[in-house]
Design a protein around this ligand. Structure first.
Ligand SMILES: C[S@@+](CC[C@H](N)C(=O)[O-])C[C@H]1O[C@@H](n2cnc3c(N)ncnc32)[C@H](O)[C@@H]1O
Length: 258
């Protein structure tokens, strides 16, 4: 999962990601900021910031905010829509920041994209100031695993997260052990669960298309095959009125730096 390839795949539809996809996870981003207790006086770094919604919410809480991502398209959208924050292009495995530069660091659904997750975790710890906090999440619902099992085989293996390369980050305790291994003290290992609501199956499918792994599958296997796979996934989740409820759950670890 190289930074250059991911940056390109994730830049396919920044406006679509912001409007249709990132917005669905707003409850997660709010919960992450609540766990971080981010506020005035904090210097927050969001690693894998996407189009910047978490950065916008953190800035609204009074923090000084920086977002980092590999995708130039997402960053251009973030810069235009969140002027209160600073955005930097870079790699989560080699953060272009000084040791201890931030009081609070978030990595929401981005660690699975690291080639070397230990290195990525070490970078999160390195840029956090002593006494600062780190919150990391990974999608861990059975539904998400089921949709990944349908879509990932349609993409080149190198372009999607390799869940089997090490202990599965979606399993309880694995993300916490990763952060502990980077020298952080784990304060909480829990799950944030809610549901994505879609007006209908077509809109549920449209909300998946701006994501990097889905774009990788579209390029490799064609849009028709990907839409067919997503339809197979969403149709059983449609209510009689056509609307779709997609349960999501995010393993969420809060850690602090000594
Ligand atoms: C699932 S999205 C999460 C975005 C955002 N944190 C959110 O929750 O809406 C994964 C993000 O990781 C970024 N990404 C992928 N590989 C990366 C890398 N090597 N370095 C930095 N960011 C990367 C993608 O561009 C994308 O914005």
């Amino acid at each position: 999962v190289s930074r250059a390839t991911q940056g390109e795949l994730w830049s396919v539809d920044p406006a679509g990601w912001a409007a249709r996809t990132e917005a669905l996870d707003r409850p997660l981003l709010e919960a992450v900021l609540a766990r971080l207790a981010a506020g005035p006086g904090d210097r927050v770094l969001d690693v894998g910031c996407g189009t910047g919604l978490l950065c916008a919410l953190a800035a609204r809480r009074g923090a000084e905010v920086t977002g980092l991502d590999a995708a130039p398209g997402l960053l251009a959208h973030a810069r235009a829509s969140v002027p209160a924050a600073t955005f930097t292009e870079g790699d989560l495995e080699a953060l272009p920041f000084a040791d201890g530069a931030f009081t609070a660091v978030t990595a929401v659904n981005v660690l699975p994209y690291a080639d070397d997750r230990r290195r990525a975790a070490a970078e999160l710890a390195r840029v956090t100031r002593a006494g600062g906090r780190v919150v990391a999440t990974v999608g861990a619902s059975p539904d998400e695993q089921e949709s990944a099992a349908l879509i990932d085989p349609l993409a080149p293996p190198a372009d999607v997260p390799d869940w089997e390369r090490g202990p599965d980050l979606r399993e309880p305790g694995v993300l916490a052990a990763l952060l502990a291994g980077a020298g952080l003290d784990v304060v909480d290992d829990g799950e944030i669960a809610f549901a994505h609501e879609h007006a209908d199956v077509d809109r549920a499918i449209a909300a998946q298309l701006p994501a990097g792994p889905v774009e990788a599958a579209v390029r490799h296997s064609g849009r028709a095959a990907v839409e067919a796979a997503l339809r197979t996934f969403f149709i059983p989740r449609a209510r009689p009125d056509g609307s779709v409820r997609q349960p999501v759950a995010y393993r969420t670890v809060v850690a602090s730096k000594r």
